[in-house]
Design a protein around this ligand. Structure first.
Ligand SMILES: NC(=O)c1ccc[n+]([C@@H]2O[C@H](COP(=O)([O-])OP(=O)(O)OC[C@H]3O[C@@H](n4cnc5c(N)ncnc54)[C@H](OP(=O)(O)O)[C@@H]3O)[C@@H](O)[C@H]2O)c1
Length: 216
């Protein structure tokens, strides 16, 4: 995030405001996880593949007994996911989509060719259920959530976050409508979230913070 707490601009345009070191930091965190989780809007806006480069990070995973790359998990309530996104054109690791039966039939048909669909009844995906499915069906023990803000906020509300990796980048965007870490909602979180700072590293003009989130 920027020094004033923004994670993107007000029009949610894909912005690149962090260093190469920060991108490496993201990859290192991704490489530790059994699964990487992303909200539909971030997937759409940033068109990411959620993979890992060949080499050290993949080799270390294999040496730890993990698959070469983490499972890729997409979350969408409505399910109107575009199958032509880059994620679906790459075979780095299996893709799971957690969505609801609201997903249009045509999307279901197109996406089933590229991913495993987990569709639940109701309007919204139950995040606790989703994590249980990941654990039971896919033996996932650690999940790296890469946002965006709406998904992160939902995870915080349900007390599902153990650790926050936060990079403060040397910019200020300003503006009321640009989302912060927890989005644009005017509402308070159900309870303030307390964290313990476990690591702080300064590289160039950026500060890399690691917080342990204290559970309620
Ligand atoms: N600076 C950074 O480090 C960083 C990191 C990540 C993202 N971003 C930026 O953040 C922006 C997107 O963030 P966002 O807050 O708009 O969206 P988001 O959290 O990426 O995605 C929200 C969407 O995820 C789906 N979803 C399913 N269950 C959910 C739940 N329980 N809670 C929340 N969402 C759920 C819904 O998809 P459906 O609409 O399909 O139902 C919802 O609309 C992008 O501009 C991206 O570039 C920045």
């Amino acid at each position: 995030m920027t020094a004033d707490g923004k994670i993107t601009t007000r029009d949610y345009s894909p912005v690149d405001f962090t260093s190469r070191e920060d991108k490496l930091h993201l990859l290192r965190q991704r490489a530790l996880a059994d699964a990487v989780l992303i909200g539909h809007s971030t997937l759409q806006k940033d068109n990411v593949r959620l993979g890992l480069p060949r080499g050290e990070l993949r080799d270390e995973r294999v040496a730890r007994g993990q698959t070469p790359s983490p499972l890729r998990v997409v979350l969408s309530n409505e399910g109107r996911i575009d199958p032509s996104l880059k994620l679906f054109q790459s075979e780095i690791a299996p893709i799971l989509i957690f969505s609801t039966t609201r997903m249009p039939r045509s999307s279901q048909k197109a996406l089933r060719e590229k991913a495993t669909l987990h569709l639940s009844e109701g309007d919204k995906v139950d995040l606790v259920w989703m994590l249980q499915q990941l654990r039971r069906e896919y033996k996932v023990r650690s999940v790296a959530c890469e946002g965006g803000a709406a998904l992160f906020r939902s995870m915080l509300e349900l007390d599902l976050v153990d650790q926050l990796n936060l990079t403060i980048a040397p910019y200020l965007f300003g503006g009321r409508d640009a989302p912060t870490l927890t989005g644009v909602s005017k509402d308070f979180l159900p309870a303030s979230v307390r964290c313990t700072l476990t690591d702080m590293r300064v590289v160039g003009d950026e500060c890399f913070l690691t917080y342990r989130v204290r559970h309620r």
